[in-house]
Design a protein around this ligand. Structure first.
Ligand SMILES: NC(=O)c1ccc[n+]([C@@H]2O[C@H](COP(=O)([O-])OP(=O)(O)OC[C@H]3O[C@@H](n4cnc5c(N)ncnc54)[C@H](O)[C@@H]3O)[C@@H](O)[C@H]2O)c1
Length: 248
């Protein structure tokens, strides 16, 4: 059992899906968890249930994060959205927003957390990337670009943080059973020209050798291990949890 007693963990997007599963796993392991989310009501609900605290924040508003100081022993960069469009129809402002939310904001949060981590000689940065940090799919230009960028940011953080006891790693899941996936089924059906009930088997599970969605708790269990003492020599790595997708 990983023991996080005495650790303060900040989980972005902690009010739903993978972030919520991480928040629950970390709290069960003894951490004080800060649930940072745009949805203040849901963040407050999860915070109350796990005995942590809610931080309502729009992580797409990067200007507001520029001068931030963040007290965290563990930082999970997880908040994210999806937008499915061919490049020629992809709204430029939407592209910029996704890069702000999923790449610039992780940079700003890491930047805000590192001084405290360096002072204490301990830190764990866990970036929820995706198999789309390593592989591309059509119609997801902003998401794939942001996740590939996050992979690079994570490795640089690992190199700079190593001498200070700070590790940084990515977790790269295939499709996980969360609201983010449910919300994109209609768009995927439209751009691929197939019925909605064929999206999961024909689009989402095509590349995986194991034909099922990942569960949020499976991702959280890996995040918990990365946050704990046994993972002290693991840094700059990207852990796939993709049912074999990236083995191709
Ligand atoms: N679900 C998947 O299939 C899958 C696969 C690989 C990677 N991921 C990644 O996992 C992460 C979490 O995804 P999920 O599937 O749990 O999604 P989700 O939709 O269940 O949860 C995302 C959370 O982020 C919050 N959020 C959205 N915009 C925000 C903003 N501007 N500021 C602050 N918070 C904001 C939402 O309120 C929500 O609580 C994302 O980075 C996603 O790219 C998901």
């Amino acid at each position: 059992m990983t023991d996080l007693t005495g650790r303060r963990a900040v989980v972005t997007g902690g009010a739903s899906g993978i972030g919520e599963a991480c928040a629950r796993a970390f709290a069960a392991a003894g951490a004080h968890v800060v649930i940072a989310d745009l949805n203040g009501e849901a963040a407050a609900r999860v915070a109350e249930e796990v005995g942590g605290e809610a931080w309502q924040v729009d992580l797409g508003d990067t200007a507001a994060l520029a001068d931030l100081t963040l007290e965290a022993d563990v930082l999970v960069n997880n908040a994210g959205i999806q937008h499915v469009r061919p490049i020629e129809e992809f709204e430029p402002e939407r592209f910029s927003f996704i890069l702000r939310l999923m790449l610039e904001s992780p940079f700003l949060l890491i930047r805000a957390a590192l001084p405290g981590m360096y002072e204490r000689g301990f830190g764990r940065v866990i970036n929820i990337s995706s198999v789309h940090g390593l592989r591309a799919s059509p119609f997801k230009s902003a998401y794939v670009a942001a996740k590939h960028g996050l992979e690079g940011l994570s490795k640089v953080t690992a190199l700079e943080g190593g001498p200070h006891g700070v590790t940084s790693n990515c977790i790269d899941p295939a499709y996980v059973r969360t609201p983010l996936v449910e919300k994109q089924i209609a768009d995927q059906a439209r751009v691929h020209g197939i019925p909605e009930d064929e999206v999961v088997p024909r689009i989402m599970l095509t590349e995986s050798a194991i034909k099922r969605l990942v569960e949020p708790e499976e991702v959280a269990s890996l995040a918990l291990w990365l946050a704990g003492p046994d993972a002290g020599m693991v840094t700059g790595a990207s852990y796939t949890m993709d049912g074999g997708w990236s083995a191709r």
